[in-house]
Design a protein around this ligand. Structure first.
Ligand code: ZN
Length: 51
């Protein structure tokens, strides 16, 4: 498989798979934390009072 961060080949047996190293794993987590992948879920369930 391919490391999603640096596109290096990674063995499935690697302890850090699918990442090639702990560094890339942390970078991926950092991308999430810094808002690269914003999950925009509106609180639609709060708008249920219009009967
Ligand atoms: Zn990598």
């Amino acid at each position: 498989m391919i490391c999603p961060i640096c596109k290096k080949k990674v063995s499935l047996l690697d302890a850090e798979a699918p990442f090639c190293s702990e560094r890339c794993r942390v970078l991926d987590l950092g991308a999430w934390a810094s808002g690269d992948y914003i999950i925009s879920t509106e609180p639609a369930f709060e708008r249920d009072n219009g009967e």
